[in-house]
Unconditional design. Sequence first.
Length: 231
Amino acid sequence: MVVVATGCLPKDSADAAKDSPDAPKSEDSAPASVSPSPSSSPSRPLTAGKLKSLLLREGEVPQVDSAPVQGPVPKYDPRVLVPGPGCQEVFDALVSHHASTSVIQDFWWKNNQWGGRTWLASYAAKGAEEEFQGLKKGLKTCKKLVGVTPDQKLNSRITVAKSPALGDEAVAFDLSMDGPGDTVVTDRQIFVRVGGLTVNMSDRGAQRNPGFPLDVVVDKQVARLTQGPRG
């Protein structure tokens, strides 16, 4: 089951080392070649295998030691309920609740640190547009994600940032929570829609210096999606 913590990141990925026996095998982190033309059936969702082929390769992200992929990602069952105006819509978008299928790519770098994540999802019909509009509307009113998942508590403050010009539409925001002592852990989220696909790219600790090269992941991943099947 996928666990949402700060930055909506599954807990098991944060705690496990990249060489864990449960970690994805090397073949999952070596996507197949991508078709250069958009899909001729925009309302037909992509399979998990096709989604994996659209993710980046390890050598495309600076200083990344490995980039394992997992998917299809299981959904919360029963649905995790998040109180507050618009907060359910934000949470559902971040965990691809309404997607037909989704996959996750983690980026491990600098001595086995968990640096960032890409969560790519495919939707049927107008599902991706509806999911994005729900997220965009929810970010106007939701100030904090608070709830309980099957694995842990969710308690993240939301700070909306300027929307980048990416894909068909995009938003950016930070999720912050209190860390040990007086520290604050902040994750930057870049959520983009490309046709029938949504992709959320995030780093772990946006204010760290030097930080994970999230801008490289965002630019290359969005370029990959706009050139390949859009779902």
